[in-house]
Write a protein that binds this ligand. Structure first.
Ligand SMILES: *Cc1c(COP(=O)(O)O)cnc(C)c1O
Length: 443
C-alpha cells in the first residue's frame, strides 16, 4: 500500500493537469483520491502501476467533464435534434442574451411611466406583426402553452380531438394525458384514418369547451385517409360559439418548400384560416430559444394572461432577449440566413460536397457519399433533404468508433448506417470542420 504514488505526482502529470481548466483543481484531487481509494481496496495481487492509475484518473475526469453542458458537433444530419438542444441561436440572439443578462433591464418595467410594466409587451408586438395574430403570449415551451390553454378554457369540460391526432411527441408529452391532467375531458372524433367535419359536429355538446387540432409531429397516416380542412373546423367553431385551438408544434413561419422540404402549414396560414389560438415552440422552426408561443385572438389571450398558472410558466429575461432578437430577424426577410437552422437548410449540395471532399482527403479510408438530412424536432416527419456525408469503415467497428468520437474534447455525434460511420456535412458548421477532421484523424 505504501507504494501507491503520491497525489502530487498525479497533479503534476500534464495529461491530468490539462483538466484543471475544465473541471477545476478540487475535482481533480477528488478523482485522484477516489482512484487511490479503489486501488487500496483492490485485491492485493491485482497490481497497479502509475500509468494504469493515471488512466483511471483520466477516465474519471472525462466522465466528470461530460456531466457538465458541453458543446458537441452534430454530425447526425438531424437539424433540430431535441437531445442536442434543437435550434442553435443566431449571433444577434446571443448578443441580446449577453446584453440583457449582464445588467439590469426593463424586463417588467415601464420606462415611460416609471412603474411596473408588462413582461411580454415587446415580444407580443413582434409576434403579432410576424404571425398576423391580434395578440400573443410567451411561456416556457409548447407543452406549457397547450397546458395553459387547456387549463384556462377546458377544466371540467370537453375538448374534441380527431382520433388521428391523439399524439405522443416524446419526452412524456401525450395529449390524452395532458388533457386529463388539466381536468379536461377528451372527446374523440372520427376514426383513426378518416375524420370528417360531421364527426366533430356530432361530438358537440353543451360541455364542449374547445375544438382542437394537433400536428402529428412524428408520424404520418397515409393511404385511405381524410381530415377536414381547418377552415371547416373554424366555421363549425364559429357556428357553435366554441374556440378552435391548433397545436402546431414546430411553428413554421415561412414556406419550407423553398428549401426543398415539403410544405409545412405555417402559423400565418393557421391565423389566416381563423384559428382562435395557435401554439408552437420557440426552438423548432422559429430557430430561437426554448419557449412556447400562443398566438391568436386578443380576447382569448387576455383570459390566458389572467390565469394564475401563467406565473409558474413565465419565461425569464434571457429567453425574452433571445426570442425578441430572433423575431426581429423574422421581421426582416433579408436577414433569414442569420438563423443557423436556415443557413444549414440553404447549404447547396456542391458546398457540402466540397467540404466532404476535404475530409476525405485528410482521412485515410474516408469516402464521400450521398446521404439524407432531416429537419427533425417534430416537424416534417417524412420530409427528407438530400445531403452529403463522409463515410468510414473503422477497423474497430462503427459502434466503437462512434463511442470514441463522443469522447473527443468536443464530442462528435455521428450516425451509424449499415456498419458504416457517417458524418452528415449539413449539420456540421463549416467552422467545426477542423475539429471534426482532427477527431476522425485521431480515430
Ligand atoms: C414539439 C411539440 C410540442 C412540444 O413542444 P416543446 O416546446 O418541446 O414543449 C407540442 N406539440 C407538438 C405538436 C409538437 O410538435
Amino acid at each position: 500500500m505504501r507504494q501507491l504514488p503520491a497525489v502530487n505526482r498525479f497533479l503534476d502529470d500534464p495529461r491530468i493537469a490539462t483538466f484543471e481548466g475544465v473541471v477545476g483543481r478540487e475535482n481533480i484531487k477528488r478523482s485522484i483520491a477516489q482512484t487511490l481509494e479503489d486501488a487500496r481496496h483492490a485485491p492485493l495481487n491485482s497490481g497497479y502501476s502509475f500509468e494504469s492509475l493515471c488512466t483511471s484518473v483520466i477516465d474519471r475526469l472525462q466522465a466528470g467533464a461530460f456531466e457538465s453542458l458541453v458543446r458537441v458537433v452534430n454530425a447526425t444530419g438531424i437539424l433540430l435534434h431535441t437531445n442536442l438542444g434543437r435550434a442553435p441561436l443566431a449571433a444577434a440572439a446571443l448578443a441580446g442574451v449577453d446584453r440583457i443578462g449582464a445588467s439590469y433591464s426593463n424586463v417588467e418595467y415601464d420606462l415611460e411611466r416609471g412603474e411596473r410594466g408588462s413582461r411580454y409587451g415587446r415580444a407580443v408586438s413582434l409576434l403579432a406583426s410576424v404571425t398576423g395574430a391580434q395578440s400573443a403570449l410567451v411561456v416556457n415551451n409548447c407543452a406549457a402553452a397547450v397546458l395553459l390553454v387547456l387549463d384556462t378554457f377546458a377544466k371540467g369540460r370537453d375538448v374534441i380531438v380527431a382520433r388521428s391526432q391523439l399524439i405522443e411527441i416524446g419526452g412524456g408529452f401525450r395529449l390524452p394525458d395532458v388533457l386529463e391532467r388539466t381536468g379536461a375531458r377528451l372527446v374523440e372524433a372520427g376514426a383513426t384514418n378518416k375524420v370528417y367535419i360531421e364527426d366533430y359536429e356530432r361530438a358537440l355538446s353543451p360541455h364542449t369547451a374547445l375544438l382542437m387540432r394537433a400536428h402529428p409531429s412524428n408520424y404520418a397516416i397515409t393511404g385511405f385517409t381524410h381530415e377536414p380542412d381547418p377552415k371547416e373546423l373554424v366555421e363549425l367553431g364559429r357556428r357553435a360559439g366554441i374556440p378552435v385551438l391548433e397545436d402546431l408544434g414546430s411553428g413554421a413561419l415561412t414556406d419550407l418548400a423553398q428549401y426543398g422540404l415539403a410544405h409545412e402549414r405555417t402559423v400565418q396560414e393557421a391565423i389566416a384560416d381563423g384559428v382562435d389560438l395557435v401554439t408552437f415552440s420557440g426552438d423548432k422552426l422559429l430557430g430561437g430559444p426554448q419557449a412556447g408561443i400562443i398566438a391568436g385572438s386578443a380576447t382569448l389571450i387576455a383570459r390566458l394572461r389572467a390565469n394564475p398558472l401563467l406565473r409558474a410558466l413565465r419565461v425569464d429575461k434571457l429567453t425574452l432577449a433571445a426570442l425578441t432578437e430572433t423575431l426581429r430577424i423574422w421581421a426582416a426577410p433579408e436577414r433569414r440566413s442569420e438563423l443557423p437552422f436556415y443557413a444549414m437548410l440553404s447549404a447547396t449540395i456542391d458546398e457540402l460536397r466540397a467540404r466532404a471532399g476535404a475530409y476525405a482527403k485528410a482521412i485515410e479510408g474516408a469516402g464521400v457519399i450521398e446521404t439524407t438530412s432531416y429537419a427533425g424536432g417534430g416537424s416534417l416527419p417524412q420530409s427528407a433533404l438530400p445531403s452529403v456525408g463522409v463515410a468510414l469503415r473503422p477497423r474497430a467497428g462503427a459502434t466503437a468508433a462512434a463511442a470514441a468520437l463522443r469522447k473527443n474534447d468536443r464530442p462528435v455525434i455521428a450516425r451509424i448506417e449499415g456498419g458504416q460511420l457517417i458524418l452528415d456535412m449539413r449539420t456540421i458548421a463549416p467552422s467545426e470542420d477542423a475539429v471534426a477532421i482532427a477527431a476522425l484523424k485521431a480515430l
